[in-house]
Each structure stands twice: as structure tokens, then as C-alpha cells.
Write a protein that binds this ligand. Structure first.
Ligand SMILES: [Zn+2]
Length: 900
């Protein structure tokens, strides 16, 4: 049957693309029982995942590779179980990231977005998206992602834009969206508000500046105050002290003068002030500090903003107007020094807020923005996890989730960008009222004036991605997809976007659909380099998954990511692991070649009566145990452990042991060969099915060859067991363990230990491979079993079958033998067989001469004046050496005597 011979090596480069196109063309990524199909049955429960939409600006990194691997594994497993399975793909318009890309291109032409205007800018951004937006989804395909691409969505496409409008208007009508001045994080570089979650804090050296707040009624008196940002003095509206601070009682209620500006502001008492920090008095700048903002609200203080949108000092800053914030910091401090207002400066460790994108320092600023009143939404989202409608894996993140939602602040949803969902609010120039509608209005709904203008801002990207699980299925329309596939089943993502995204989907899902958007949240860890550092371009340690796939294959990368990870824990990626798993792929291929070769030797039989050998029964029982374990581990989301067990089974049991034994069984021909080939096929078939979700390409390719060979062979096999592709073949069903299995596994394990013990001895004694040794085994209660396996043992341990004796027990220990003890068994191998006696005698004599030479030398040395004059510890060292050589000499003499 040479027609089914496999190529010698597995060529992943020639295979992956071909297999993927074939899957996609054949429609395997579409759900079975699609609501669009005739005969659709709504009662079959589907398994659904919505992909975490990558940014359209994205280039594949290991984070993508990770979630695609895990989700594809989940999807393939359920698909093979015959469950209607849908994985919805798509991408996110990624407001800031995309806008920056296009602005960068404009800058090269010497243009800005303001120069070309909003309409032209959006036209260019769409053109950019058409050109580059598909790159990331193409790269995700390379990972083997079996998404239903016919259902691919984009957060700015027409349907999703309608969903965003609907969501905004509904929240607005319910009074859950409001507009107002609030302190927000402002990015002066990006000129937009950024959310708390987009701000990263870094510890940096700075200065604590101490200065005088002179009393307005008596400039001789002053309160010492400290700040890290002197430019904010310009916006101070009070000085606060602790109400019980003895030092400051006399100042409370009086007024102080703002340095340089001379404005009068009150001294107030608030127990937020820490008496021990700095001077114990706090300047209050409600316009530029979140804590001061709170205090300002409590005391009804005015809010003075001193910065413009580029973080330059505005008109409120008097003489400093127009200066950059850091320039002003130096200048005002110098002017205060001249005015004798400076007390001292101290080095101080700052916690500096910087934007995730761009990295510049964020400025807290008061700005008029749109907010979602989050409390009512958060309560429902807390409830859904508390009552078990949503389960978070691993469970420890549940607490983190509660904690965040219990302390949540209103969500600032407006962004001063152009790329995104424009806020559906129109302001009337005549009556001043707002029109908020689903359809673009042409007049004010209050006074019918046509002089209306839409809000210039767009919505936070997370507003649209918060609707993702249902907007992608057609919401707000009542589509067949929405009613069948929603709520989805599994939300799988990295734990670092639990709040950014997962919590918001839960809040929005409950608000708009009345149902949880998914039943389970599975959080995987972040990938770090082999030293445990976070992968980042600035560390230059970012491993490019595209290069790894080019060099080592997609399967090897996927297997490494899946096996190296456990829920919620970070993993270190070492390219050496990927190489090892490339070797595993080759091992699978070689095993496949061997099995197909065996299949070619099988002849048709009239009848079949041959029973299984012990090895056949063992590998079958082990395989069934593996099927049960993998099933249990998958149910518990322990995919990494399942992969490790599959690897161990395939390599250490099937390839290393069973294939070796099968060679001999095939050589026996006839019924034995037939039975052996059947076993080989079954084990390889089921192994490939279970490995498929981990390594989809090589398993599909090999299984295809196997299928053809089996269907063409004389082996009896149901064609129904061999559908046209592995991706849609059935998942192995766990069977309950049968009575004989445990004993068979125990027997075989004992036999393995016997073989291993003999192999180790051979290696230790350098017995040349191929040299057959005689052996005597006292097997006790295992005598019968071992006797039946002598041929197998002899073959695996390279014993001479003609001189292999197995008995119950031996009266005397045979002389001149080495004894090995395995459990209750004893194995004797003649020493003369293990070593060449003459050579060994020469080697031992040589070693003895050397040892005796050392003894003589050391005895002489220690007898000389050295023994008395040298430092005690040096002499002691030499004595120890002497004792060592004496012991060695005695051992060597004994061994020489033993040789006879
Ligand atoms: Zn109006």
C-alpha cells in the first residue's frame, strides 16, 4: 500500500494555508443548526463566543495569539462534540489609536486634521481602514482561528452604529446619561479626556516645594504649605487644615493671599487633611486635583481652571498666561523666591499619572463631558455574579470584580476625537435645548428651529465594545441570530481588561437585553518573556508570533501557549519551548508514518480470533483513562494540564513503548498483525482527535491520510466514524473503566520497570547496543505474567530469549551476577555479560596504580616538615585526601578480586 506513504517530514509551511482555506471554503466554521438553515431547531443549545475585537490598527502580538489559541481550542472541542458552535469575529475601530495613525500620515504631508477638516479627515481614516484594517484579521486566520467570517463585524459598521445610537438614547431617556463639568483626566498631547483606566502611574523623583501663604489681614503671619506642582497655586481657592490641629486654630475662617496673584481665599477646616504630612496645611485646587475637587464640592469652593487644552496657562494665570505648565512651574517659583515666599525644597518621590498611549503626563482638569450614571448599572452587574448567573474563572477574580464595581465612579464617555461614534446630541441655537434621537434630526424637537448643531465629540471606544456580544448578533433588531445565539456562552479574555471591557459588557448586557451577555468569564494570564518581564517593544523582548509561526509552525506556537498557561496566571514564553513542541509535531508525524506503514502490511482475513496482547490491552486502557482525564480537565478549564497529559501519553507511552512492541507484533503477521494494526489505528485516531484543538493543522493533515488509508484497507471500519475532515469528526466519548483495565495497566507498568532497570544497567556498564544478555528472573507472584511476556521483555531489554529464565524464587543468589530489584522481583544478570573481563581488569589495575601512587606521595608529604609547619587546615585537607585515596584503593582491590 505504498500509495498511502507519508512524506518523510511534516512541511507545515506547505500545509497550514492549504488546510485553512479548505476548512473555510467547506463551511466548517459556520454553526451547524444555523437559524438561516431549513430544519433549524431552536431547542438545541449552542456554544457561542464573541471574539475580543482586536484594534484595526493592530499587528499580531502574543496577546492575540494567546486568546485566539484558547478560544479556538474551546470552539473546536465543542464543535467536535456536535454542539452548534459559533465564534463571532470582528475588530474595533480603536478611537485614539487609529486617529493617531492617520494624523501621523498627515504630518508627513505637512498637514493636520484641523487643516483638512472633519469630513476629509474621516474620509481618509476610512480609506486607511479599508487598506490596513484587514491585516489583523488575516493574521488571526494564520493562527487557525475557526471563526465564522461570514458573521464578521466592525464596531463602526452600520448595524453596530445603530446599536450605539439606540443604547445612548435609551440611557439618556432613562436619565442615566448626563452632561456636566467634572474633573477628568486630560491628555494635553491627544487633546482629549482619557478614562481612569487609561492612566498609568509611575514613581518618579520630584520635588516638594514649601512656601508661605501670608495672611490677608496680617502679612507677617503665614501658613506654610507644600506642593509638588507650584503652577497650580494659580488655581488655589482655599487652604485647608485639620479641624483639630492646635497649630492652626487661630487661622480657620480668616483669609490668605494667593502668591503673586494676590487673590484672597479662605482658610477652611476639613478632616481629609493629614496633620503629619508636610506642614499639615493643604492648598486646595479644585480645578486640577481630584481630592481637592471633592473638598471643593463639600465647601462650595469656586473652581478655577488655569490650563488650556494644551496645558498652557490660561487667562486665570495672570502674568504667566501662555506659558507651558512646566515652564510656569519654574517661573512662578523664581518669582516667589524674589517675593520672599519660598521656605525650602525637598526631594520627593512622585506618583506621576501618564497616558497609556503617548506617555505624557495627564492633567486633572475640569471639563464639560458626557457621563453615564453608573451606580444603577453596577448594582445589576454585581448581582449577576453574586447569584451565579455569571461565573468567573479563576474564581479569585470575583473579589476583584466586586471591589471595583462597589467603588465605581461615573463613566466619562465623551472623547474629543473625530474617529468614532459621534454623540447623537444636537444643540439648538435658538431655544438652547438638546435634541437626542436615533435618527439624525433636521430640526430642533423643541422649537423646530433648523439652527441645530451636533455635539463635536465622539464616544469612548469602550461604549461600543460594551455592546459587542449582542450588537454583533443584530441587536437592537430582533434577529434570528440574536434570539438563538444570545446570551453567549463564554467570554474569554486577558485579565487586564476585566474592568475596561468585561464589566462594561455585563452592565450594558443586563441593561439593554435584560440578560447576562455570557455565562462564564474565563481569564487567561499575560505572556512574559523567559525572564518573567512583561513583553514590550521598549524592552526589545517582544517576541513576534509571526516570525515564530514562520520558523516553527503555528501548531508548535499554539501548543506552547496552551500548555504553558493556566487560568489567570501569567506565563513566561521561551522560544526553546516552542522548538521542543515543533519536535513534538515531528514525533506525531513520524508515528503516523509508522502506523500507515503497518496498515500497508495488513491482509484481509476470513475470520478473526486473535486476542489482544498485554500491550494492546494496556495502551487501550491507558487511552481510555486519558479520554476520561482530558474530558474532566476540559470541563474544569484546565486546558494546559490536558495538553501536558496528551503530550506525555503520545510521546512516552504510545511512541516510546507501544510502537516498539507493535513492530514485533506486526512481524508475526496474520491475525496478530491485523489486531495490532487495528489498535494502532484506534489509538492514533483518538489521539489526533484530542490533540486537534491544540494543534489543528498537523492533526488534520495526518488524520486525512489516515482516513484514506483506513477506508482503503481491509480493516473493518465504519465510514461514519471517518467524516471528511477531522475538524468535524466526533470527540472521543469517555467510557467507564472496565474491570480488567487497572490490573492490565499495573502488569504492564511492572514490565516497563523491569525493562527500564535492565536498560539503565546496560547504559551504566556501557554494554554495546545489540549485545543480547542472558538473565534469570525470580518473579514470585508475577511469575505467570512475566513468563507470558518474555518475548516482549527480551526484545525491549535486549536479552537473549534462549537464555532467559523466569522462576518463582531462587534458593541461592547466583554467583558472579548483578542483582536488580524491581518491586518484589529480582533480576540477575551475569557480570561476564556486562563487561569485558580482561578490559575491565586492565582499567581497574590502572586506577589502582594511580591511587597507590597518590597514597605514597601524600604519606611522604605528611611525614615531612610540611606536616608540622604548614597551617593546620592545610594539613587537614591533605590528610582527608589521603583517607579518600586509601578507601578508593580498597574498593578497587575488591572489584579486581570479584573479577576472579
Ligand atoms: Zn430649539
Amino acid at each position: 500500500m505504498a500509495t498511502h506513504e507519508l512524506p518523510k517530514t511534516y512541511d507545515f509551511q506547505a500545509t497550514e494555508q492549504r488546510i485553512y482555506s479548505w476548512w473555510e471554503k467547506s463551511g466548517y466554521f459556520r454553526p451547524v443548526n444555523d437559524p438561516k438553515d431549513p430544519g433549524f431547531s431552536p431547542s438545541r443549545k449552542p456554544y457561542v463566543i464573541s471574539i475580543p475585537p482586536p484594534n484595526v490598527t493592530g499587528e499580531l502580538h502574543l496577546g492575540h495569539a494567546m486568546f485566539v489559541s484558547v478560544e479556538d481550542l474551546m470552539i473546536r472541542y465543542h464543535r467536535m462534540k456536535g454542539i452548534p458552535t459559533l465564534w463571532v469575529p470582528g475588530s474595533d475601530h480603536a478611537g485614539i489609536a487609529t486617529q493617531l495613525q492617520v494624523e501621523k500620515l498627515l504630518a508627513k504631508e505637512g498637514l493636520t486634521r484641523e487643516a483638512i477638516g472633519r469630513e476629509e479627515f474621516l474620509r481618509r481614516t476610512w480609506a486607511w481602514k479599508e487598506k490596513y484594517g484587514g491585516i489583523i484579521t488575516q493574521q488571526i486566520r494564520r493562527l487557525g482561528a475557526s471563526c465564522d467570517w461570514e458573521r464578521e463585524r466592525f464596531t463602526l459598521d452600520e448595524g453596530l452604529s445603530r446599536a450605539v445610537r439606540e443604547a445612548f438614547v435609551r440611557l439618556f431617556d432613562k436619565g442615566l446619561i448626563y452632561r456636566g463639568p467634572r474633573l477628568i483626566n486630560w491628555s494635553p498631547g491627544l487633546k482629549t479626556a482619557v478614562s481612569d483606566l487609561e492612566v498609568e502611574y509611575s514613581e518618579e523623583p520630584g520635588t516638594l516645594y514649601y512656601f508661605k501663604y501670608r495672611m490677608a489681614d496680617n502679612p507677617e503671619e503665614f501658613i506654610a504649605v507644600a506642593t509638588t506642582r507650584p503652577e497650580t497655586i494659580l488655581g488655589d481657592t482655599a487652604v485647608a487644615v485639620h479641624p483639630e490641629d492646635e497649630r492652626y486654630q487661630k487661622f480657620i475662617g480668616r483669609q490668605v493671599m494667593v502668591p503673586i496673584l494676590g487673590r484672597k481665599i479662605p482658610v477652611i477646616a476639613d478632616d481629609y487633611v493629614t496633620r503629619e504630612f508636610g506642614s499639615g496645611a493643604l492648598k486646595i485646587t479644585p480645578g486640577h486635583d481630584p481630592n481637592d475637587y471633592e473638598i471643593g464640592q463639600r465647601h462650595n469652593l469656586p473652581i478655577i481652571s488655569v490650563l488650556d487644552e494644551a496645558a498652557r496657562i490660561n487667562a486665570n494665570g495672570g502674568p504667566y498666561q501662555g506659558q507651558d505648565r512646566f515652564e510656569c512651574r519654574e517661573n512662578i517659583w523664581e518669582d516667589m523666591r524674589q517675593a520672599d515666599l519660598v521656605i525650602k525644597e525637598e526631594p520627593y518621590l512622585l506618583n506621576v499619572p501618564r497616558t497609556q498611549r503617548g506617555g505624557e503626563i495627564v492633567e486633572p482638569m475640569v471639563s464639560t463631558q458626557w457621563f453615564v450614571k453608573i451606580q444603577p448599572l453596577a448594582e445589576k452587574a454585581l448581582e449577576a455574579v453574586r447569584d451565579g448567573r455569571i461565573r468567573i474563572v479563576p474564581e479569585r477574580f470575583t473579589k476583584v470584580y466586586y471591589n471595583w464595581l462597589e467603588n465605581i465612579q461615573d463613566w466619562c464617555i465623551s472623547r474629543q476625537l473625530w474617529w468614532g461614534h459621534r454623540i447623537p446630541v444636537w444643540y439648538c441655537a435658538d431655544c438652547g435645548k438638546m435634541t437626542v434621537t436615533r435618527e439624525d434630526p433636521d430640526r430642533c424637537i423643541h422649537c423646530a428651529s433648523r439652527r441645530i448643531e451636533q455635539d463635536a465629540d465622539v464616544l469612548d471606544t469602550w461604549f461600543s465594545s460594551g455592546l459587542w456580544p449582542f450588537s454583533t448578533l443584530g441587536w437592537p433588531e430582533h434577529t434570528p441570530d440574536l434570539s438563538y445565539f444570545y446570551p453567549t456562552t463564554m467570554m474569554e479574555t486577558a485579565y487586564d481588561i476585566l474592568f475596561f471591557w468585561v464589566a462594561r459588557m455585563i452592565m450594558m448586557g443586563l441593561e439593554f437585553t435584560g440578560e447576562v451577555p455570557f455565562n462564564t468569564v474565563y481569564l487567561h494570564g499575560l505572556i512574559r518573556d523567559e525572564h518573567g518581564r512583561k513583553m514590550s517593544k521598549s524592552y526589545d523582548n517582544a517576541t513576534d508570533p509571526l516570525i515564530i509561526m514562520d520558523e516553527l509552525g503555528t501548531d508548535a506556537l499554539r501548543f506552547t501557549l496552551l500548555v504553558g498557561s493556566s487560568p489567570g496566571n501569567d506565563m513566561n514564553l521561551d522560544v526553546k519551548r516552542v522548538e521542543a513542541n515543533r519536535n513534538f509535531a515531528n514525533k506525531i508525524w513520524n508515528a503516523g508514518r509508522f502506523v500507515l506503514g503497518c496498515l500497508g502490511q495488513v491482509k484481509e482475513l476470513e475470520t478473526l480470533q486473535t486476542e489482544w496482547t498485554m500491550a494492546d490491552g494496556w495502551i487501550w486502557a491507558r487511552l481510555q483513562g486519558l479520554v476520561r482525564d482530558v474530558e474532566r480537565l476540559f470541563q474544569n478549564h484546565q486546558y494546559g494540564e490536558a495538553g501536558r497529559q496528551l503530550y506525555e501519553f503520545f510521546w512516552s507511552e504510545f511512541a516510546d513503548w507501544y510502537l516498539e512492541i507493535a513492530k514485533n507484533q506486526m512481524a508475526a503477521g496474520g491475525e496478530r498483525a491485523y489486531t495490532t494494526a487495528s489498535t494502532l489505528i484506534r489509538v492514533l485516531d483518538l489521539s489526533l482527535r484530542m490533540l486537534h484543538p491544540f494543534m489543528p493543522f498537523i492533526t488534520e493533515e495526518l488524520w486525512g491520510h489516515l482516513r484514506k488509508a483506513v477506508l482503503d484497507s481491509p480493516l473493518v471500519s465504519e465510514a461514519a466514524d471517518w467524516p471528511e475532515a477531522l475538524i468535524v469528526a466526533s470527540w472521543p466519548m469517555p467510557r467507564t473503566e472496565e474491570d480488567w483495565e487497572a490490573q492490565r495497566v499495573a502488569d504492564f507498568t511492572l514490565m516497563q520497570e523491569v525493562v527500564r532497570a535492565i536498560r539503565n544497567l546496560r547504559a551504566e556498564k556501557n554494554v554495546p547496543p545489540g549485545k543480547l544478555l542472558p538473565a534469570t528472573m525470580a518473579a514470585g507472584e508475577q511469575m505467570e505474567m512475566i513468563q507470558a511476556q518474555t518475548a516482549v521483555i527480551a526484545s525491549l531489554a535486549q536479552l537473549d530469549p534462549g537464555r532467559l529464565m523466569v522462576c518463582d524464587r531462587l534458593a541461592d543468589k547466583p554467583a558472579g551476577h548483578v542483582a536488580l530489584v524491581v518491586g518484589a522481583m529480582e533480576i540477575y544478570l551475569p557480570l561476564s555479560g556486562l563487561v569485558d573481563l580482561d578490559e575491565e581488569r586492565i582499567r581497574l589495575s590502572k586506577n589502582l596504580t594511580e591511587a597507590e601512587g597518590q597514597i605514597t606521595r601524600l604519606e611522604k608529604l605528611l611525614g615531612s616538615p610540611f606536616g608540622e609547619k604548614a597551617p593546620a587546615e592545610v594539613v587537614q585537607k591533605e590528610r582527608e585526601k589521603l583517607t579518600g585515596f586509601r578507601e578508593t584503593a580498597i574498593k578497587l582491590k575488591g572489584q579486581l578480586d570479584g573479577l576472579g
